[in-house]
Design a binder for this molecule. Structure first.
Ligand code: KIV
Length: 299
């Protein structure tokens, strides 16, 4: 297999790495934070070179890359493996890794140990955990252990069974107030940012204006400090109907399918590989071969 660098190494100075402080400064300056998920080296490189601010190795990995039905089976080892690949690709973007289901719910001690592994072994700059006030103590413990935390409230996919499916959250007055309180609890506990997923625009706008840390929305309207989407949804690669909040920017499925069928047709019709795509013996070896074996003519 030939391994060609995606781009020749840039001669210029490396771009300045985005930090949690950069994200905060963007909020304060009302400059939107762009964020997207990535799970492997080539896509992470493209995302980084496109100037996206934040890359999340989301546990959506389980559904869009590993083919699981939901995010619950994703393991810490899988998150470490994919985060490592993404970390090797990033030069500028801020890298957040999801803590998968089961890696932080059982005990504070295990949660801190697992969070530390994502930073130390996989190269994440922060971890993301789902849940509000109930996670405040854990957010504080992780923060004290130098593990920066991004919170995640609203539609939290790891709670699919307790939510009774993937439903927009925060639509009643009580739920509105509960989620606002959750955001403040995470902020007070030391979270560096909060993902707001699947909540009414009005609620996201209220949380965004009342919280001092950046909010990053997905299905939470335009007033959030930043927006995040799942990479595969942008490119029609998730094999599921797109959600109301998602926007498809290109048809990756059609692009890949067209290339793959042309490749298949070329192989089937003996059009691939051509002579120009083949290696040849040096001329003198070919001549010697033909002298020794007259039937070994060059094709
Ligand atoms: O796992 C994920 O991709 C996420 C985003 C949807 C925010 O949590």
């Amino acid at each position: 297999m030939s391994v060609t660098p995606l781009r020749p190494a840039a001669a210029s100075a490396p771009p300045r790495r985005i930090t949690s402080d950069t994200l905060l400064q963007k909020k304060l300056a009302h400059r939107p934070i762009s964020a997207i998920t990535a799970y492997d080296y080539p896509i992470a490189r493209l995302v980084d070179e496109a100037g996206i601010d934040l890359v999340l190795v989301g546990d959506s990995l389980g559904m869009v890359v590993l083919g699981y039905e939901n995010t619950l089976p994703v393991t810490l080892e899988e998150m470490l493996h994919h985060t490592n690949a993404v970390a090797r690709a990033l030069r500028r973007a801020f890298l957040v890794a999801d803590m998968p289901y089961g890696s932080y719910q059982a005990s504070l001690r295990d949660a801190v140990r697992n969070g530390l592994r994502l930073i130390k072994e996989a190269g994440a700059q922060a971890v993301k955990i789902e849940g509000g006030s109930a996670r405040a103590k854990l957010v504080r413990r992780l923060t004290e252990a130098e593990v920066p935390v991004v919170g995640h409230i609203g539609l939290t996919p790891q709670s699919v069974h307790s939510m009774g499916g993937y439903r927009v959250q925060g639509k009643s007055l009580e739920a509105f107030e509960r989620l606002s309180a959750d955001a403040h609890a995470l902020e007070d506990a030391g979270a560096i940012a909060i993902v707001l997923e699947g909540i009414p625009r009005e609620l996201a706008a209220t949380i965004t204006s009342h919280c001092s840390i950046p909010t990053i929305g997905i299905g939470a309207g335009p007033e959030c400090d930043g927006q995040i989407l799942v990479f595969h949804d942008l490119f029609n690669l998730s094999f599921s109907p797109s959600a109301k909040f998602s926007r498809q920017y290109a048809d990756g499925a059609a692009f890949f399918t067209s290339a793959l069928t042309r490749y298949r047709d070329d192989v089937t019709a003996h059009r691939f590989p051509s002579d120009a795509e083949s290696y040849h013996l040096p001329r003198e070896v070919q001549a010697a071969l033909e002298a020794a074996h007259p039937r070994a003519r060059k094709a």
